[in-house]
Design a protein around this ligand. Structure first.
Ligand code: ATP
Ligand code: MG
Length: 485
């Protein structure tokens, strides 16, 4: 491009030297990030780059609580090796945010000015991933440290036609270019996710006014909220997820557009939404997350049939509602107790009201579930659900089996019923039945029968174990008579 010399086109650094009112006066101030790879100047609007104006605030080590002792050794190894090779290297994202709040981060992400190929040269145990934007994964046994090269405004708004707009994974992407650390900070989602811990002097660098928000518990998008949701609708889910996990308040300007823009989730690929659903419900804060998803009208775009059942005037609706709530509480509790949880159970619970509605059981039905009708309803509801959020077969198959055991659990008499105890899905189906009983959908006495039955079967097994197993003597085979004596 040729306009570098023009006074309408300012570099990011030049713009930073201007004062706020001057910038506001420029109707379409355009910033550039220079790509190391393409050497192209990428125009972006000021709207996209609002916080480039304040200078970065540096919080020295003596004024913040993040100690190296709480950073994973492997992340430190990567940071130091990058630094010693002459690169800038920062810990970013959830790592800094959670450590500052005294929480244990889920993972440690690193941002650097080293290019992916440079990173690979430094680490033997490194793999490059991603097609459009390459990231380096440095492997240390089971721990993976993700190293991303600073990106310029990777997802710009659509009011400038000069960029090459592409849609990938539901995100609007303009030319992917490497950038400076300041630019990298501006393309991140929330201010509290845009803090950089600098390994060179252990300071925290705050380019987006994240520190005051972190201190006061506010979740605020960087830039214009509507534009940022338009670029990537998943940010609405991320807002709810972080608010629930951290107990933060979503800033009004960040929250206001969500109900009106929630339908943009329809364009997000099902596989990406599956990953997001797991992060929403399987991180130990499911109840708060669920309440926020409903409050902001987001649940209906993840589980439309469930939302419809819960919004219906069925007389069973309060029971379904209680059931979903108890199931999510139960999952949170299991996570708190370090017990395993599976998406099969989660999806079964979230879809149950929809399945019941599909079977016309909205009005106090007392007959036990009819197995063939249940089978059809599970099939139909699942097929429709998969249009929105994918669920890999390794989860949908056990989910189905567990649900189809419900009618059998409702008929606890007879020999066949006894055999259920050894069914591979019995335990999950029984847990599901307990929740149905707690919600008031089935009789508590029914759940009790199965509780007692397991106790006595368990006692029998225990008794068996106490006995010394009879020693079975191996019979010695007589040598066969040889065919050729
Ligand atoms: P956690 O790992 O606890 O879920 P996190 O903030 O680290 O939280 P990640 O998904 O690991 O979230 O992403 C790391 C960082 O990448 C984020 O903190 C944010 O700065 C940036 N990021 C991730 N997803 C987006 C997105 N959709 N839009 C903009 N920035 C994003
Ligand atoms: Mg993270």
């Amino acid at each position: 491009m040729t306009s570098q010399g023009s006074d309408r086109w300012l570099s990011a650094r030049a713009l930073k030297t201007l004062t706020d009112p001057v910038c506001r006066a420029l109707k379409r101030v355009v910033l550039y990030g220079q790509s190391k790879t393409s050497q192209a100047w990428i125009p972006v609007t000021q709207e996209q780059f609002p916080s480039a104006l304040p200078q970065a605030r540096v919080i020295p080590r003596s004024e913040h609580p993040i100690s190296r002792a709480s950073i994973s050794d492997n992340a430190l190894k990567v940071l130091y090796r990058l630094k010693n090779a002459g690169y800038e290297a920062y810990l970013v994202g959830g790592g800094v945010r959670d450590l500052y709040l005294g929480r244990e981060p889920k993972d440690f992400d690193i941002a650097t000015n080293a290019h992916p190929d440079d990173v690979r040269e430094l680490f033997r145990n490194c793999r490059l991933i991603g097609r459009r934007f390459r990231l380096a994964h440095v492997h240390f046994g089971r721990e993976i440290i993700e190293v991303a090269t600073f990106r310029a405004l990777h997802d710009a708004t659509s009011d400038d036609e000069s960029g090459d707009v592409k849609i990938e994974d539901g995100r609007v992407l303009r030319d992917n270019v490497y950038g400076t650390v300041e630019e990298d900070a501006m393309r991140r989602d929330f201010t509290i996710n845009s803090l950089y811990y600098n390994i060179a002097d252990y300071s925290i660098v705050d380019f987006a006014d994240g520190m005051p928000d972190l201190e006061s518990g506010v979740l605020r998008l960087i830039g214009d909220p509507e534009a940022r949701y338009r670029e990537d609708a998943v940010r609405m889910l991320r807002a709810v997820r972080f608010a629930a996990k951290l107990g933060f308040r979503i800033d009004e300007a960040t929250a206001a557009p969500i109900p009106g823009m929630a339908e943009m989730l329809e364009h997000i690929p099902q596989a990406r939404l599956f990953e997001e659903v797991l992060k929403l419900f399987m991180a130990g804060h499911g109840v708060a997350t669920y309440q926020l998803l409903r409050r902001y009208g987001l649940l209906g775009y993840l589980f439309p049939q469930t939302e419809a059942a819960l919004e219906s005037d069925a007389s069973m609706m309060p029971i379904w509602e209680r059931f979903v709530m108890r199931s999510i509480e139960n999952t949170d509790q299991r996570i708190a107790d370090d017990k395993p949880v599976t998406p099969a159970f989660l999806f079964a619970a979230l879809l149950w009201p929809a399945i019941m509605q599909r079977m016309d059981r909205g009005d106090d039905v007392t007959e036990p579930l009819a197995p063939d009708l249940l089978q059809d309803a599970v099939g139909d509801v699942l097929a429709e659900q998969l249009q929105r959020v994918s669920l890999p077969k390794r989860f949908s198959i056990p989910m189905r089996e567990m649900l189809l055991l419900q009618p059998r659990l409702e008929r606890p008499k007879g020999k066949r019923a006894m055999r259920l105890l050894s069914h591979p899905r019995f335990r999950a189906a029984y847990d599901f039945l307990l929740l149905r009983a707690e919600a008031g959908e089935v009789d508590a006495a029914l759940a009790q029968i199965w509780t007692d039955r397991q106790a006595s079967a368990g006692a029998a097994v225990a008794d068996n174990k106490l006995e010394t197993p009879p020693v079975r003597r191996r019979r010695r085979r007589r040598p066969r008579p040889s065919p050729n004596p």
